[in-house]
Design a binder for this molecule. Structure first.
Ligand SMILES: Nc1nc2c(ncn2[C@@H]2O[C@H](COP(=O)(O)OP(=O)(O)OP(=O)(O)O)[C@@H](O)[C@H]2O)c(=O)[nH]1
Ligand SMILES: [Mg+2]
Length: 260
């Protein structure tokens, strides 16, 4: 593992975190594309001991490029835990902006400058498939239906404005990550993305969306499964109920106070 440099170095601006599990076929190309599009950013590959040797490949990249770092974890513990570990690493090292990006070619590194530019007026920028200008390329119909349905459900239940709360291509200000309680984040699958967006919005921070072109993974296998969908459904429903209950009790309190 590459240790984060101690203290906040002034030149540490952007860290792109790329979580990997069996992405040996694509990780190298993704990192290269990031550096062609945005030469100054640093990359942190967070690998969960991929049996296909992704971690060793990332080490090889890091050995001849000081902009590349690798965080090795011992076992596949889910996307959420990998990102939380990556966020801690980023904050300890003093990066000012932190980006989430998949390794599989679904997210276009060439769109990163637009995400970063939008951070000027936002605390979280979500790369969105479902705002005007956003698109999905080559995704199987059932995946798109699931994704759109999940987002509509989330928007209605949580009353959150984001059209693509499950998107895994996004950029945070470091302060945003500091002010949402990362220790309390327990979501593992893609519910993790909703969880972070919900925490950001609930903290009164600004979340905006910029359109992206999302493509079906280029190679390798999906980690998406029924358990991931179930986790999102259960958690979003619970957060929604808690939120509505909170609204009702604060209205009742207000009424009681007015009567006195
Ligand atoms: N470190 C780590 N990375 C993971 C884990 N699960 C998924 N990833 C990575 O997170 C990113 C998104 O996962 P994907 O499998 O592409 O999930 P998806 O985008 O919902 O679905 P597909 O694109 O259809 O595969 C990829 O870079 C994966 O390698 C995990 O448990 N640990
Ligand atoms: Mg993917």
């Amino acid at each position: 593992m590459t240790e984060p440099e101690a203290g906040a170095a002034p030149d540490l601006e952007v860290l792109v975190i790329i979580p990997t599990y069996n992405e040996a076929l694509t990780v190298e190309k993704t990192v290269a594309r990031v550096h062609t599009a945005t030469p100054d950013v640093h990359v942190l590959v967070v690998d969960d001991n991929s049996p296909d040797g992704t971690g060793a490949l990332a080490d090889e990249l890091a050995s001849h490029d000081t902009r590349v770092h690798v965080l090795h974890r011992t076992a596949k513990n889910g996307l959420g835990a990998a990102y939380v570990a990556g966020f801690r690493w980023a904050l300890d090292a003093g990066y000012r902006y932190v980006v989430e990006m998949d390794a599989d070619g679904s997210h276009q590194p060439e769109e990163l400058p637009r995400l970063l530019a939008a951070l000027a007026d936002a605390d979280l920028v979500v790369g969105s498939r479902y705002v005007p200008g956003g698109t999905v390329v080559d995704w199987p119909r059932h995946r798109e239906i699931l994704s759109r349905g999940g987002n509509t459900y989330t928007r209605i239940v949580l009353g959150m404005q984001l059209r693509d709360a499950t998107s895994g291509y996004r950029a945070f200000r470091a302060e945003t990550l500091r002010s949402i309680d990362l220790d309390a984040v327990a979501s593992q699958g893609y519910c993790f993305q909703i969880d972070l967006a919900w925490r950001t919005v609930s903290a009164g921070l600004r979340a905006t969306e910029v359109p992206i072109t999302f493509s079906e993974r280029e190679q390798g296998e999906s980690k998406m499964g029924a358990a991931i969908v179930r986790e999102a459904l259960v958690r979003v429903t619970r957060w929604g109920l808690e939120y509505r209950l909170g609204q009702i009790t604060s209205k009742l309190r207000l009424r009681q106070r007015r009567r006195r």
